[in-house]
Design a protein around this ligand. Structure first.
Ligand SMILES: C[S@@+](CC[C@H](N)C(=O)[O-])C[C@H]1O[C@@H](n2cnc3c(N)ncnc32)[C@H](O)[C@@H]1O
Length: 249
């Protein structure tokens, strides 16, 4: 679907079929903060069709293991790795982040983009990431969450309009502590998230016929309305997106 891919390029700066809000600049920050380079083993949990894991392998020469549940997305990742001539650096594994099919201490670098807001078992995933991490490993992740100290009605709006499992009542600081991760850096990327959402809505408005053809009129209208609702919640200080860089020791 060329119109959908073009929209993704305008919003995120790349066209891997991404479903997180990680932009190309943020993917470059992953490479930098995890000091990715040839020979380094990166595990991308919830990799979808390969964004940003495949980009990171191309950019830095690292070896990447892409893990997710839906096979169709993983198949797209395999095709893209072949197209980009990086198959030798890429391993694709079907499995769950809450029961990783790897031995303990297998990876020195881990990454996930907006995955924790897409599943209920956040602590289990973080514990599993820690189990498969080497003692000096680092993990980079982004997550969308309700802003702190909301009224109960605002909190409910965040749950209704945000990603499906946005609820994290104790917050990520305590989840990370409980799972053995130490926070090295924590960056608020809400304004970048809002800009991406706005670019998406603007792109939808400016290419209606081609996007209606690709997605169907009802689906396009419903996606646009959903994104506009999310922008409104960000403007009201209800939704936020953060990046964490963490250490296993
Ligand atoms: C927001 S998408 C991100 C996909 C991709 N990494 C990207 O940046 O576009 C979240 C991904 O988490 C995956 N996911 C959800 N629960 C999971 C689990 N238990 N184990 C592994 N992946 C999971 C979903 O299938 C989805 O591909």
């Amino acid at each position: 679907m060329p119109a959908v891919r073009e929209l993704e390029r305008n919003v995120l700066g790349c066209d891997y079929g991404g479903t997180s809000w990680t932009t190309r600049a943020q993917a470059e920050h992953i490479a930098e903060s995890l000091t990715l380079q040839p020979g380094v083993q990166l595990l991308e949990v919830g990799a979808g069709s390969g964004w940003p894991g495949l980009f990171l392998a191309s950019l830095t020469g690292c070896e990447v293991t892409l893990l997710d549940i839906p096979l169709n997305a993983l198949r797209q990742a395999v095709e893209r790795a072949v197209e980009d001539q990086i198959s030798g650096q890429v391993r694709v594994v079907a499995g769950s982040g809450t029961a990783l099919p790897f031995a303990s201490a297998s990876f020195e670098r881990l990454s996930h983009s907006d995955v924790l807001c897409c599943l209920p078992d956040k602590l289990e995933l973080l514990r599993e990431c820690h189990r498969v991490a080497t003692s000096d490993a680092r993990m980079h992740f982004s997550v969308i969450q309700p802003a702190p100290k909301l009224s109960s009605s605002d909190y409910q709006e965040a749950l209704d309009v945000g990603p499906p499992f946005i609820d994290a009542p104790g917050g990520y600081e305590s989840l990370l502590r409980e799972s053995g991760w130490r926070i090295l850096d924590r960056i608020d990327v809400t304004s970048e998230y809002q800009q991406s959402l706005q670019k998406l809505v603007d792109g939808m408005k400016s290419n209606i016929p081609a996007l209606q053809e690709a997605l169907g009129a009802d689906e396009l209208a419903s996606q646009r309305q959903h994104r506009e609702e999310q922008i409104a919640l960000i403007e009201r200080g209800i939704l936020q997106r953060e990046v964490f860089v963490t250490s296993a020791n």
